[in-house]
Design a protein around this ligand. Sequence first.
Ligand code: SF4
Length: 122
Amino acid sequence: MSESCSCSCGGNCKPLLYACSGAANTGYLADAVARSLMKNGTGSMTCLAAVGAGLSGFTETAKNAKNIVIDGCPTACGKKIFEAQNLDFTHLVLTDFDVQKGKTEITPELIEKTAIKVENKI
Ligand code: SF4
C-alpha cells in the first residue's frame, strides 16, 4: 500500500475514493461515507466495479493516483479487487469504526461521524 500518489501533482491532488457499496448496512455506509467525503472536497469518488471489471480507463487512472478503498466489512471485497489488479491503495474497513455488520442502523449522524473518522485516516 502507498500513502501518496505517484503522479506529478507534488502531493496536492485529491485521493480517489472507492466504496464497496455492498448490500449490507456496512456496504451502504461505505457508499454514503465516500459520497460525503466527495461532497466536502476530501476526495473524488470513482467506480470500484469498473476497476474490478478491469476497464483500462479506470485501472490506468488508479495506477497514478492515491487510492482509498473503503470496505464495509472484513470480507474486504474492495481490497481483493485492488490486489487482483495489482494496484496500490490505502485500505479502510468500517467495522473498525464501531459499526456492526447487519446490526448498526445507518443514520445521517452515523454517516457524518464515520466520514470524519475516515477523513482523519486519509
Ligand atoms: S466488503 Fe463486506 S459490505 Fe462490502 S461488498 Fe464486501 S461483503 Fe459487502
